[in-house]
Ligand binder design. Structure first.
Ligand code: 3PY
Ligand code: MG
Length: 259
């Protein structure tokens, strides 16, 4: 028996490019709808998004029910939440502001069982959702099937890029282009497509590849996600539920007003 319900790590290991929805609205049915439209993964955004833990518990299950792989972006330094949402059934964690090898190790400690980390035992909901009758199977396979993505979005993280990438149990580097643009301009500009961010993105992709890890990024548009896939990034979060809702509404209103 294997964790056959988990698909994310397997796809990434096979070299596939995975596009993920990105849901800030704390409504499981919204995240499920995004998954049902065909995203391979859906990330529930709990750093700046509006999720509480009750909604998160149902949201993770709703994404799994849609056929997509659920991930969670946790708040800064909230490693307790990492273990909890993995217990709820998440397949991946995106952790913001991982600036040092020590931060990376703290993420791994919360996300992976020994010998890689120190994740505490209690996967009752995830094993039920994934149809794993024997919990020993989850213990044996979880470390390989849970994906940890360390967000690179500060100057300190860039200084420690190799050490973060090489941390055992970190599966990938994930660019936060908005925060990095603010950091690289010393707070002057928000420009996720700035030349400085572009240059560092190439370095992030190359560093991840050298370490045998994947690279990913948040993308404000689908076009950007396709372009970064061609540059070698393998996990791309695309727009957001709010952005999609606004874009769809604006497109309809444009037609109605032109009517
Ligand atoms: C950033 O761009 O800083 C992010 O965290 C992506 O949402
Ligand atoms: Mg950020």
């Amino acid at each position: 028996m294997t964790i056959s319900a988990f698909t994310l790590a397997r796809r990434l290991r096979a070299g596939e490019t995975v596009f993920s929805g990105w849901c800030s609205l704390p409504y499981p049915i919204v995240a499920e709808t995004v998954g049902r439209e065909g995203f391979i993964a859906v990330t529930l955004e709990a750093q700046h998004g509006l999720w509480d833990m009750g909604a998160m518990l149902t949201g993770v299950a709703a994404v799994r029910q849609s056929g997509a792989a659920p991930l969670v972006r946790v708040p800064v330094g909230d490693f307790a939440m990492v273990s909890r949402v993995l217990d709820f059934g998440a397949e991946g964690i995106i952790a913001p502001m991982i600036n040092t090898a020590a931060d990376a190790r703290a993420l791994v400690a919360a996300a992976k069982y020994p010998p890689l980390g120190e994740r505490s035992w209690g996967p009752h909901r995830v094993t039920a959702l994934a149809g794993i009758a024997d919990q020993a199977v989850y213990l044996r396979e979880a470390n390989d099937h849970v994906v940890t993505l360390a967000m690179i979005e500060t100057r300190t993280a860039l200084d420690n890029l190799d050490a973060i990438a090489q941390t055992q149990g970190i599966d990938g580097l994930f660019l936060g282009p908005s925060d990095l643009s603010i950091a690289l301009s010393d707070g002057k500009t928000l420009d996720p497509l700035s030349k400085d961010v572009e240059r560092e993105l190439d370095r992030i992709i190359a560093t991840a590849e050298r370490a045998g890890k994947i690279a990913g990024a948040f993308c404000h548009t689908a076009e950007r996600a396709v372009a970064l896939g061609k540059r070698g990034a393998r996990f791309l979060a695309v727009m957001s539920d709010i952005a999609m809702l606004r874009a769809g509404t604006a497109a309809a209103l444009k037609v109605l007003k032109a009517g």
